[in-house]
Design a protein around this ligand. Structure first.
Ligand SMILES: Cc1cc2nc3c(=O)[nH]c(=O)nc-3n(C[C@H](O)[C@H](O)[C@H](O)COP(=O)(O)OP(=O)(O)OC[C@H]3O[C@@H](n4cnc5c(N)ncnc54)[C@H](O)[C@@H]3O)c2cc1C
Ligand code: SF4
Ligand code: SF4
Ligand code: SF4
Length: 372
């Protein structure tokens, strides 16, 4: 039976809860706002399935030699609405046009992030764009299994640990399943996100959220909430994320990155693409795709994308988070202590806004005042 003693040993994928034959595992939010399994011991029959499907207890292997490509979506509107080069939308559209189903992360009515399934082109629009909050996986694995058993194609996208959880949950290979992991720096807490929105908007309705608004460029993206766009390092939630404070503890010991999840493909931002020959750099976003499996390769060919072959090292050089775990800040525990003791969202109050960031912000404010 699953018994979490060390929080860094649970990525919250929910495979155990979805597989339990007694439905005696619920996912409960802890004081940091992350979900962990809680077993009703009286209902448990000690079948051991929860442990068998756990991707942390049963980590995968890194695949061998992988091919890597740069690509962009030729539809400019879709590309601009996507976080990188818009490759996800090409892959997802292909599956929908062939009558399949796509799983991804969307905002719900309260701007929380949840995993969901779409079977139409309109449906996949909500998955477009990165949401820097751990998505609630709910019963997505069970739903995917049902659709796979009907013989339909399923494209399941998510963080590497969500893909690893799905693969373990299914316990067999479905030839009609295609899995796409996003490069994953780490995931922030849903509670911190909720409280951030409440403190900034105090219950006022929010019309739109875009964590990667490209109107100021792909590199210098802004965080757009309602009508307010801020440079990404001026937004306190994003600054906290980029400095690894609001992270799930398992992200510092990630069990699934770089294909260990068993995914067919990885999609990422191709930072540094301008240094690679043959790739146009127009600051509208370039995607990188890593091919882990022959199924992934075949599917990519079927999508008919314009792909530029690059070596994996040139991608990793500018994007180390693809393969390596993020650094745990020395004052990570202090951040959480202060966060839970000092209500009212303010990075300054948690003492985690670095001097470097304060100087950048001060300079930006002075330029604004001087009208530069
Ligand atoms: C939490 C997080 C961390 C990331 N870290 C990195 C990184 O370190 N380096 C890097 O190169 N890229 C990172 N990315 C991925 C990158 O930002 C793009 O999502 C990816 O390159 C695909 O971009 P796209 O333009 O093809 O499509 P987009 O339309 O931008 O991608 C949408 C895809 O992202 C998925 N998605 C969005 N939010 C979530 C979420 N909260 N949980 C699970 N899936 C989600 C959607 O389901 C869909 O599959 C991260 C994304 C997220 C959500
Ligand atoms: S051992 Fe079996 S019954 Fe008990 S919690 Fe795990 S999956 Fe459920
Ligand atoms: S990693 Fe997933 S399967 Fe393992 S205990 Fe946590 S939620 Fe359950
Ligand atoms: S860093 Fe690893 S553990 Fe954390 S969300 Fe990403 S894939 Fe999961």
């Amino acid at each position: 039976m699953i018994d979490i003693q060390d929080k860094s040993q649970c990525c919250g994928c929910g495979a155990c809860a979805q597989r339990c034959p007694q439905s005696c595992i619920v996912m409960q939010e802890d004081e940091k706002g992350f979900l962990y399994p809680k077993v009703d011991i009286d209902a448990c029959i000690n079948c051991g399935l929860c442990e068998q499907v756990c991707p942390v207890l049963n980590p995968g292997e890194k695949p061998g030699q992988c091919d890597c490509f740069a690509a962009i979506n030729p539809d400019e509107k879709v590309r601009l609405a996507s976080s990188s080069g818009g490759v996800f939308s090409i892959l997802a559209s292909r599956v929908i046009e062939d009558g399949g189903a796509v799983f991804g992360a969307r905002f719900d009515e309260q701007w929380s992030v949840v995993h969901d399934c779409a079977e139409t082109l309109e449906g996949i629009e909500a998955f477009r764009g990165s949401k820097y909050v751990q998505s609630v996986i709910g019963d997505s694995y069970q739903r995917a299994e049902q659709i796979l058993n009907q013989g339909k194609t399923v494209l399941f996208s998510g963080t590497p640990c969500q893909i690893a959880g799905l693969k373990r949950f299914l316990r067999k290979d479905f030839p009609n399943l295609l899995t796409v992991e996003i490069a994953c720096h780490g995931v922030p807490s849903p509670k911190v996100w909720r409280e951030y929105l409440n403190s900034r908007f105090k219950g006022r309705p929010i019309t739109q959220i875009n964590f990667r608004d490209k109107s100021t460029g792909w590199r210098n993206y802004s965080v757009l909430i309602g009508q307010h766009a801020k440079p990404h390092d001026d937004d306190d939630f994003m600054a906290c994320y980029l400095d690894n404070y609001n992270f799930r503890p398992s992200c510092f010991a990630c069990p699934s990155k770089m294909g260990k999840s068993g995914a067919d493909l990885l999609i990422a931002d191709f930072w540094g693409a301008e240094a690679v020959n043959g790739i146009e750099h127009d600051d509208k976003g370039t995607s990188a795709v890593i091919v882990y499996s022959s199924r992934g390769r075949l599917f990519l060919e079927q999508c008919g994308m314009d792909l530029t072959a690059v070596n994996v090292e040139s991608l990793m050089k500018h994007n180390p988070c693809i393969g390596a775990c993020p650094r745990r800040p020395a004052d990570y525990d202090t951040f959480w202590e202060r966060y839970n003791k000092r209500p009212g969202w303010s990075l300054k109050r948690y003492g985690t806004l670095s001097n470097k960031k304060l100087i950048v912000r001060a300079k930006r404010m002075v330029s604004k005042l001087l009208g530069r």
